[in-house]
Design a protein around this ligand. Structure first.
Ligand SMILES: [Zn+2]
Length: 334
């Protein structure tokens, strides 16, 4: 099993090869928008910028490309048709914004690649655009992407219905791959995997789970159960973990490595903890960009093939990861 089985999947295999076996994903999106002064205290979160400040979205994509990202993740994590409807937008407007999230990333990638491709010995690869598909919990914006508790009236069909239209639009808009993110339970993983088949999606995809205990999916279901469902689905190109603290990652890679032959994706958060009462981030006890640099090579060595950052990581985190991974490649090449 691997990337080579489907026609569209060759693109991801090519990127991994060009990147020396391990590609770099970008980092936290909302974090960087906020650094530039965007106010995203809203249920739509970074999707709000699609309406208010698309130029800023392009700037953040550009910063991650400069930092060495091989994969750009679009600003659609919390962009959903029901979410836009609840803000008073029409279906058509919501659909246009979803397509726009892909187009902004594609345009930025193309412009960046035009700028660097002729520079001799530049270390960049032509990046792929991964359309972000946040979990149902991310749309609810009630923290359930970290508990996996969707309630008794949510079933497989409802989760597929929730994801279907957005997935269709993101594929049609020209994404290179689909990134299902912070999936908290087995049921939603199954819904996403079945939807890829029902919709006959030809581009590659990854499905990433969050983890709050470092051992299981947030729902408490084991990764063995979760991955059993995905292993049989060859439209799921890669699997992994996002938005878990970095100190969980090495052991989770080792665990997942035994449970699947699919490539493994990891993009942890910075390890900072959100203090809901004080409404601020508590500093990470042990993780700065220097640690990411150190750990990225360990994560690669134990089996991860796509490595990046999630919440609270920045272009400097991604630069550290990219330089660490590429440095070792160069030594191997000698
Ligand atoms: Zn995150």
């Amino acid at each position: 099993m691997g990337f080579g089985e489907r026609r569209g999947a060759g693109m991801l295999a090519d990127l991994l090869e060009k990147a020396g076996g391990c590609a770099v994903i970008d980092g936290g999106f909302a974090t960087q928008l906020e650094k530039h002064g965007a106010s995203i205290n809203d249920p739509l979160w970074s999707a709000l910028c699609l309406i208010k400040d698309p130029a800023l979205i392009k700037l953040v994509h550009w910063e991650y490309l400069e930092a060495g990202a091989d994969v750009l993740v679009t600003s659609s994590y919390q962009a959903t048709i029901p979410g836009f409807l609840s803000r008073g937008l029409s279906i058509e407007e919501g659909e246009t914004l979803l397509e726009k999230s892909v187009k902004l990333a594609v345009e930025t990638r193309d412009k960046f690649w035009d700028n660097v491709k002729e520079i001799p010995e530049n270390s960049y690869n032509r990046a792929l655009v991964a359309a972000s598909i946040g979990s149902y919990g991310a749309y609810l914006a009630d923290g359930s992407e970290y508990s996996g508790s969707y309630g008794a009236d949510i079933d497989l069909a409802k989760l597929k219905d929730f994801h279907r239209r957005r997935l269709q639009l993101l594929v049609k808009a020209g994404a290179d791959l689909l990134a299902f993110e912070t999936i908290p339970n087995k049921l939603e993983a199954q819904a996403c995997a079945e939807l890829l088949e029902e919709e006959n999606v030809e581009i590659p995809s990854w499905i990433c789970f969050s983890s709050v205990d470092g051992d299981n999916a947030p729902s408490g279901e084991s990764f063995e159960e979760c991955l059993d469902i995905l292993n049989q689905r060859d439209r799921v190109s890669a699997v992994g973990i996002n938005c878990a603290p970095p100190h969980f990652i090495e052991s989770l890679i080792c665990k997942i490595r035994k449970l699947t032959s699919k490539p493994i994706v990891v993009y942890p958060n910075s390890g900072e903890v959100w203090d809901g009462r004080a409404k601020k981030w508590l500093p990470s006890k042990c993780f700065g960009d220097d640690k990411f640099e150190l750990f990225a090579t360990r994560w690669r060595d134990v089996g991860a093939q796509l490595i990046g950052g999630c919440c609270r990581t920045t272009p400097s985190t991604i630069r550290a990861i990219s330089q660490a991974l590429r440095k070792v490649e160069k030594i191997d090449d000698l």
